[in-house]
Write a protein that binds this ligand. Structure first.
Ligand code: ASP
Length: 291
């Protein structure tokens, strides 16, 4: 069995943005699904899916990310191999096309997280795709993202045919934050986590709140005590609400069963598995229920 779930952010999706969100999530799903169907690894599927989302300015990751207080795109990404518990992550990195691929290059390195100039130097040394930082700014991102209002980090969790699990995130952070600010997304146990036999999870939302609650770690604890993926996210979100945090998460258990939930108004999610048959894409939980 293989299984994949991804999201394009816990946020508000206006009617004229619905088509782009659905199309973008489905395109990313196809990239991940193709790898899993032909027997590829969960890590490869997560990276491939997130790269598609990073290229799409509909989402706040990679090209078209939100701008910080200096009007610059600083990006964060993390990826985790549930088989080995290896983690690769970069934070506040500028001038790379695909933060998730730099995080992937970090995966087997001793440090788990590099930031800012050090992260970019690593990317250059490892021949990652570099660019002028200004090339990551999409036309009119300010207006678009201000209108969208809230969070739209992207994330993905996958299980491959060998039962290996992986999870990853990528984000441009939050609009107008301080230069150098790092949220939950590159921090394992906060924005994402994966472990064989237990499951995997990825979050989007108020980064400081998610980090303070170590939300991914809480979700993993729920999964390890037998809670189903949606239930595990819901319980974690209830904890988050104690500090008035807004978020949404996707999760998978050790057998590849999928679940998701959000307390944001909307959340763009797509998933597929060898059991489900056919791609699913939803922009809010109520759509899935109505199906
Ligand atoms: N969680 C991300 C951050 O705080 C924001 C988001 O989900 O869009 O950086």
């Amino acid at each position: 069995m293989w299984s994949i779930i991804l999201h394009g952010g816990a946020k508000e999706i206006e009617p004229d943005q619905e088509g782009d969100n659905r199309r973008g999530c489905l395109a990313a799903l196809e990239a991940g699904r193709a790898i899993l169907e032909r027997g590829g690894t969960a890590i490869d599927a997560v990276e491939a899916a997130i790269r598609v989302l990073e290229d799409d300015p509909t989402f706040n990751a990679g090209y078209g990310s939100d701008l910080n207080e200096d009007g610059e795109v600083e990006m964060c990404s993390g990826i985790m191999d549930g088989e080995t518990l290896d983690v690769g992550a970069v934070a506040a990195i500028m001038g790379v096309r695909h933060p998730v691929s730099v995080a992937r290059l970090m995966l087997r390195e001793e440090p788990i997280l590099l930031v800012s100039d050090g992260a970019r130097r690593f990317a250059a040394e490892r021949d990652a795709e570099l660019c002028d930082p200004r090339e990551m700014i999409a036309p009119q991102p300010l207006e678009e993202h201000k209108r969208t209002g809230t969070h739209d980090t992207v994330g993905c969790v996958a299980m491959d045919q060998a039962g290996r699990l992986a999870a990853g995130t990528s984000t441009g952070g939050l609009e107008g934050v301080a230069a150098g600010r790092v949220g939950d997304s590159p921090q394992p146990g906060c924005g994402y986590y994966a472990e064989r036999g237990i499951g995997g999870v990825a979050y989007s939302g108020d980064g400081e709140h998610i980090a303070r609650m170590a939300l991914a770690a809480r979700t993993m604890l729920q999964l390890s005590s037998g809670e189903n993926p949606e239930g595990a996210i819901r319980i974690a979100l209830r904890d988050l609400e104690r500090i008035e945090g807004e978020a949404g998460g996707i999760a998978m258990d050790g057998k590849g069963r999928i679940g998701w939930a959000h307390n944001s108004r909307d959340m763009a999610v797509a998933y597929a598995s060898s059991e489900i048959g056919g791609d699913r894409v939803y922009l809010r939980k109520s759509e899935e229920a109505a199906r």
